[in-house]
Design a protein around this ligand. Sequence first.
Ligand code: PRP
Ligand code: ADE
Length: 130
Amino acid sequence: MCASFADYPKTGIVFKELTPVFADGAALRQMVDSVVSAYAGKLPRPVSAEAYALEYGRATLELHRDDITSGTRVLILDDVLATGGTPGAAAVLLERAGAVVAGVGVVLEIDELPGRNNRPGREVVSLPHA
Ligand SMILES: O=P(O)(O)OC[C@H]1O[C@H](OP(=O)(O)OP(=O)(O)O)[C@H](O)[C@@H]1O
Ligand SMILES: Nc1ncnc2[nH]cnc12
């Protein structure tokens, strides 16, 4: 899906460029797809569910049982990483469905909470820390 430019910026380099994917809604959707619902009871087809603890209570994530093709590599993205309960539950659901969780990416990581350590061995990438 990405564009390739031979010999850019130097001879012998094949430069891979993703901006055409970002400009094409259908192509972007194939790469970035939101399949896990945070709102229990909202998905219409049979689901797999995982309850988890948040800093301020409990919640449940749901995933359509047939949304994941076994072996699909998935990157879990969220806005905030706090206790790690949300990406942990997402990972449980995805792995139960046969996905391979490549890692977790968040915009903001709250350093005084143990989210990063919640699932040892999983790569976590964050932008700013608070
Ligand atoms: O690392 P954790 O302890 O799981 O916390 C992080 C989650 O908490 C917030 O969502 P929340 O469930 O409060 O609801 P929201 O999606 O409506 O923001 C936030 O958007 C993350 O998804
Ligand atoms: N302190 C916090 N701020 C934002 N989102 C959160 N999710 C869980 N704890 C949070």
